[in-house]
Design a protein around this ligand. Structure first.
Ligand SMILES: Cc1ncc(COP(=O)(O)O)c(C=O)c1O
Length: 380
C-alpha cells in the first residue's frame, strides 16, 4: 500500500511560513474558540473528578459526555438519539477510519460526491474500497446519476457530506435528499453521513439522520470547540454500534481528559454560545469570499456555496504551479485535483474561510487574481 501526504497537510506546512492570506486551512476561526471557558472547564473537572481525568478511557466514550452529546444533538441538530447509540471517537476522521475498518473489505464499493473530502476517503482507500464518484451540481450529489451508477456497480455504501459540503460548499436539495434515501432503501445501501458544519449555519436542511434513523451519522466538535480536542462521534444503533464500541477499544484513541473537558463545556452551554456567535461570523466570511470571487475572478466559482467553510474554483491554470507563485505572494490554498475520486482536474482549488481574518479575504482574492492574470499572460 502506497501512502501519500494529504494535499491539505502539505499546504498547511507551507502556510506556516510567511502566509498572510491563508485560504488553505479548514480549522475554525480562533477568535470564536472558547479558550477562557476551556480554562474554567479544566478547573471544574479537576476539582470534581481529580485523577479520574487521567484514567484510561472506557470503550465507546465517557457516559457523562455521551449524555450531553445526546442533548446537544437534539437541541442543535434535531437528531434524537439515546446516549448508548453515540460512540465517542477522536474526531470525525477517527470515526470514519473505524467505520471503514468495520464496513469495508477489498473491493467494497463506496459511492460518494465527486469531488469529496480527500482526507476522509483516505482510510476507505486504505481498506481497499472501490470509490465511485457521483457528479454534483449546486443542489449537491446528482441522485439520478447515483442511481444509474448503483445499477451498474451494484451494492455498496454511500458516503456523503449532504450539508455544507467539503470542498464545494453546496447542500443537497430537499428533493434529492428524498431520492437519496429512496435509493438507499431500494438497493439496500448503507449511508454514512458526515456532518461537521451544519450547526454553524442557520437555515440549513435537516440532516439525513434526523429523518431516517438507519443513516450512520458522523459528527464532530472540531469546528465548534476546536480541532485540538479531537472529539467526534458516531450515532448508530444495533450490531454496528456494538462492534464500533468494541473496535474503539483497540486503539484507546479518545483522550479521557478532553472528553471530560468537552462534557463540561457542553453541560455549561458553551458550545451553543459559540455557535450563536460563529453563525454570524462564518456566513459573513463566506459572503465576503463569494463577493470577492465574483468581483475579481468572475466565473471562477464551480459551485455556488451555501454554507460551510469552502468554495471550489476553477483556476484556469495548473493549481500546483499557481500555488508555488501564490505562496511567494503570501497566499495559500489547496489545489483541487486530489479531492476528486476520479477524473481529477488540475485547474481547480479549494478556498477556505475557516481561519483567515474576514478583513483579509477581499485583498487575498484580489492578490490571487493578480497572480493568476500574470501567469495566464505569461502562458499565452
Ligand atoms: C467533511 C469533513 N469530515 C471530517 C473532517 C474531520 O474532522 P475532525 O477534526 O473531527 O476529525 C473534516 C474536517 O475538516 C471535514 O471537513
Amino acid at each position: 500500500m502506497r501512502l501519500s501526504w494529504s494535499p491539505v497537510e502539505l499546504v498547511s506546512r507551507l502556510a506556516r511560513r510567511g502566509i498572510t492570506y491563508n485560504f488553505a486551512s479548514g480549522a475554525p476561526d480562533v477568535t470564536v474558540l472558547p479558550i477562557d471557558e476551556v480554562r474554567r472547564s479544566f478547573e471544574n473537572v479537576y476539582e470534581k473528578y481529580g485523577t479520574l481525568i487521567l484514567a484510561y478511557p472506557g470503550a465507546g466514550g465517557l457516559k457523562e459526555l455521551r449524555i450531553e452529546l445526546a442533548k446537544y444533538l437534539s437541541r442543535v441538530l434535531g437528531i434524537r438519539a439515546s446516549w448508548r447509540d453515540i460512540i465517542v471517537t477522536a474526531g470525525a476522521q477517527h470515526a470514519i477510519k473505524l467505520l471503514s475498518q468495520l464496513m469495508i473489505r477489498r473491493g467494497t464499493v463506496i459511492y460518494t460526491e465527486n469531488p469529496t473530502f480527500v482526507e476522509t476517503v483516505a482510510p476507505m482507500r486504505f481498506q481497499g474500497a472501490r470509490l465511485i464518484g457521483v457528479p454534483m451540481d449546486d443542489e449537491g450529489m446528482i441522485t439520478q446519476e447515483l442511481e444509474s451508477l448503483v445499477r451498474k456497480h451494484g451494492p455498496g455504501i454511500i458516503y456523503t457530506i449532504p450539508n455544507c459540503h467539503n470542498p464545494t460548499g453546496v447542500s443537497l436539495s430537499r428533493d434529492r435528499r428524498k431520492h437519496l434515501l429512496e435509493i438507499a432503501e431500494k438497493y439496500n445501501l448503507k449511508i454514512i453521513e458526515d456532518d461537521p458544519y451544519t450547526s454553524l449555519y442557520l437555515n440549513t436542511q435537516p440532516s439525513l439522520k434526523s429523518v431516517n434513523d438507519d443513516v450512520i451519522y458522523v459528527g464532530t466538535l472540531s469546528k465548534v470547540l476546536g480541532p485540538g480536542f479531537r472529539i467526534g462521534f458516531v450515532v448508530v444503533g444495533g450490531a454496528l454500534r456494538n462492534n464500533l464500541e468494541k473496535l474503539e477499544q483497540h486503539d484507546f484513541a479518545s483522550s479521557t481528559l478532553t472528553q471530560y473537558l468537552v462534557y463540561d463545556l457542553l453541560r455549561r452551554g458553551v458550545a451553543e454560545r459559540v455557535i450563536d456567535e460563529a453563525r454570524g461570523l462564518y456566513s459573513r466570511k463566506l459572503g465576503e469570499l463569494v463577493d470577492s470571487l465574483n468581483h475579481y475572478l468572475p466565473g471562477s466559482l464551480m459551485f455556488n456555496p451555501s454554507c460551510g467553510f469552502y468554495a471550489f474554483i476553477s483556476t484556469k491554470i495548473n493549481a500546483w504551479h499557481l500555488l508555488r507563485k501564490c505562496t511567494k505572494a503570501g497566499i495559500a490554498f489547496v489545489p483541487g485535483d486530489k479531492f476528486y475520486v476520479s477524473d481529477g482536474r488540475l485547474d481547480t482549488a479549494r478556498l477556505s474561510i475557516g481561519s483567515i481574518r474576514i478583513d483579509l479575504i477581499r485583498d487575498g482574492i484580489r492578490t490571487l487574481s493578480n497572480v493568476i492574470r500574470t501567469m495566464s499572460t505569461n502562458i499565452t
